[in-house]
Design a protein around this ligand. Structure first.
Ligand code: AMP
Ligand code: TRP
Length: 360
């Protein structure tokens, strides 16, 4: 990915003033719920994270506590957590520039979540649309209480680190709103404690669609894997899927999301990976066939993903070293998280541990 790549996240100006040399903080996470990230996760989230780590004090984590809100196979969860971390690093997340950690290794997340549970209304939590969708899919009796309080744990993830911005997809807007509401509520009840975070919402242009069903978002829960481009797939599979992408019966290569969703999706992928604007690509392909575009795109994508896949496999070949990197990230995260939690505990009236010892 070149630096000329168009911005894929809308970054509003934050009102917070900074001291000289200080950076605004951003925080985000992606669940370890698949054996590979797909191209939507990569273009929609990871590429932005990598760009942000230079400009911002960036914190990225793997929300494994969130993953168990739906049933997980334990061995699979552990494996997917490492695989996700390896892909973050292989995709450009630099553990020396930012903080990268696994959520369950920082106990303050669960601890703050409890306090926030106690200032969230039952009705307020019931209005979270993602919970309603997921619970409906599973049947309300099957849905866990953890799934119900998922957004409150997410608010704890965010508020512990006092970030200015939370880069996420549109589907997470309501959860960031809840964390803002809880921050304001806590601040007004107990005194100034939390930074009120802004959602940095991913732009439409960073949305990638299913290759077989180009009006649906590329998603790990797709009906068929043929519509997915996975970071860890072998290049042959990736090339084959791109060449079999559903298009339309016309022949003209142009960007028209409504009338030509398949071709428009291929153009978006081409543009974000090559760093060239869509109009330039359209001009290059004037008078040429869909097949030409697909063959070139397959080569572009496989060339781009190959070093990422290889680096991820290298990292996974030495799990002890990967675990060490993650433990180091968790230590860095805890320094920030424990200070916020101590402030919260004192403000709600929890007795400081051991402060009266020897003072009898
Ligand atoms: P998910 O795997 O659905 O939990 O997605 C994690 C993050 O990846 C989301 O918050 C989005 O930022 C991004 N993402 C997921 N699917 C897509 C997609 N099809 N296009 C662009 N971004 C996506
Ligand atoms: N709920 C987010 C998702 O599914 C993942 C997540 C958990 C998250 N905690 C977070 C994202 C905190 C941003 C900040 O994509």
């Amino acid at each position: 990915m070149t630096s000329s790549t168009t911005e894929t996240v809308a970054v509003p100006a934050t009102s917070t003033k900074l001291a000289a040399g200080q950076k605004h903080r951003v925080l985000s996470g992606m669940q370890p719920s698949a054996d590979s990230l797909h191209l939507g996760n990569y273009i929609g989230a990871l590429v932005n994270w990598v760009r942000m780590q230079d400009e911002y004090d960036a914190i990225f984590f793997i929300p494994d506590l969130h993953a168990i809100t739906v049933p997980q196979d334990p061995a699979e969860l552990a494996k997917r957590t490492r695989v996700t971390a390896a892909q973050y690093i292989a995709g450009g997340v630099d553990v020396d520039k930012c903080t990268l950690f696994v959520q369950s290794q920082v106990p303050e997340h669960a601890q703050l979540a409890w306090v926030l549970n106690c200032i969230t209304g039952f009705g307020e939590a019931s209005r979270m649309t993602q919970f309603k969708d997921k619970a409906q899919k599973q049947g309300t009796d099957q849905a866990s209480v953890g799934l119900f309080t998922y957004p409150i744990l997410q608010a704890a993830d965010i508020l512990l680190y006092q970030p200015h911005g939370v880069p996420v997809g549109e589907d997470q807007r309501q959860h960031v709103e809840l964390s803002r509401d809880l921050a304001n509520r806590f601040n007004s009840r107990f005194g100034e404690t939390f930074q009120v975070p802004e959602a940095f919402i991913q732009k439409e242009s960073a949305k990638i669609y299913d290759l077989q069903n180009p009006t649906a978002k590329m998603s790990k829960s797709a009906e068929s894997p043929a519509g997915l481009i996975n970071l860890l797939d072998d290049p042959k599979t990736t090339a084959k899927r791109i060449k079999s992408a559903v298009t339309d019966t016309e022949t003209e290569i142009r960007f028209d999301r409504e009338a030509k969703p398949g071709i428009s999706n291929l153009l978006t992928i081409y543009s974000t990976i090559s760093g060239r604007p869509v109009e330039k690509i359209v001009a290059d392909y004037e008078g040429r066939m869909y097949g030409h575009l697909k063959v070139d795109l397959a080569e572009l994508v496989t060339n781009h993903l190959t070093p990422i896949r290889e680096r991820a496999h290298e990292l996974l070949a030495d799990p002890a070293e990967l675990d060490r990197l993650l433990a180091h990230g968790a230590d860095k995260a805890r320094e920030i998280a424990s200070a916020t939690l101590a402030d919260v505990y004192a403000k709600v009236g929890f007795l400081p541990y051991g402060s009266q010892q020897g003072a009898r």
